[in-house]
Design a protein around this ligand. Structure first.
Ligand code: AMP
Ligand code: MN
Ligand code: MN
Ligand code: MN
Length: 286
């Protein structure tokens, strides 16, 4: 195992469904001893500039990033764009379309909730009052706050999860289009939490084949969202499909105490670290 205790390439802020502002996230990462941190909000690079400023002050290396929702056939997958130029036109065009899709989808979900005799308009207003792009996490939290469900998990299980009563099929762009936009912004594309998608073994192989064929660069071999037990399997896929590896906690906030910043992020031996050669003067190790 090559230790990577000081690297975390997958985190969220209030620019999507994270609990901490970009600046506070960077401060907490620095306090946790992280030397290289990627901010990867869902479909947004809005926090990158502030995070970079905070990182310069805290002496850590900020990797400008984003976690883009994409479709492979009808399966939603998440692609991390790392070291992207947030100003690149093709990326900005894609992300502004994503914001529009999210807005439309959130309205549709809330209409469905209304039909289920829940206060859809009120819930929509609560989501829209939050900073950042609207996600199902925000809506789940609004459902909890309104006393309509017992917890966030319950909200997904009853209403928001795939196939549940208020679920609305996503219209994300195709996987290949997303990888191309990341590359056009000078970034590297890593398929997030590859073990988390509910796919048969053969379907997962087809997904990995398609991702590699689209020019994908890496798999998120170690993901807080996956649990450590998936790292070895993900590592073997990375080797088989000729992909590098990234590591990330998928941190959403200190309220998820089981998933802190930078926890157990060691890349299994043999997998090429995506960050190799990208360590800056602040000296993030691999
Ligand atoms: P969205 O991108 O709007 O579809 O929202 C997806 C986000 O919702 C994910 O990034 C997670 O943070 C969260 N999420 C998805 N499924 C669940 C679940 N079953 N329980 C809790 N949070 C979830
Ligand atoms: Mn999320
Ligand atoms: Mn994700
Ligand atoms: Mn994430």
């Amino acid at each position: 195992m090559s230790a990577a205790p000081s690297i975390d390439l997958h985190t969220h802020s209030t620019c999507s469904d994270g609990a901490l502002s970009p600046a506070e996230l960077v401060r907490q990462a620095a306090a946790a001893g992280i030397a290289m941190l990627a901010l990867t909000d869902h479909d947004s690079v809005d926090g990158v500039a502030v995070a970079a400023e905070a990182a310069a002050a805290a002496g850590l290396q900020l990797v400008p990033g984003v976690e883009i929702s994409a479709l492979w056939h009808s399966q939603t997958v998440h692609v991390l764009g790392l070291w992207v130029d947030p100003q690149a036109a093709p990326l900005r065009v894609l992300l502004s379309a994503q914001a529009e899709r999210r807005d439309v989808r959130m309205r549709e979900i809330c209409l469905r909730l209304e039909r289920l005799r829940l206060p859809g308009a009120q819930l929509l207003a609560a989501v829209q009052a939050q900073p950042g792009l609207p996600t199902r996490s925000h809506l789940a939290q609004a459902l909890v706050a309104g006393g309509h469900v017992r917890g966030v998990e319950d909200a997904f299980r009853k209403y928001l999860g795939a196939g549940k009563r208020a679920h609305v099929a996503a219209t994300w762009p195709d996987l290949g289009q997303v990888v191309a936009a990341i590359h056009a912004a000078g970034g590297a594309a890593s398929l997030a939490h590859p073990a988390r998608y509910r796919l048969s073994r053969s379907a997962r192989r087809r997904l990995l084949t398609a991702f590699a064929a689209a020019g994908g660069d890496a798999l998120e071999v170690v993901s807080g969202g996956n649990g450590v037990q998936h790292a070895e399997a993900s590592a073997s896929w990375a080797l088989e499909f000729g992909l590098a590896g990234s590591v990330g906690s998928d941190f959403h906030g200190p309220h998820q105490a089981w998933n802190p910043l930078g926890r157990y992020l060691k890349l299994p031996a043999g997998v090429r670290p995506l960050w190799q050669g990208r360590c800056g003067p602040s000296g993030a190790a691999n």
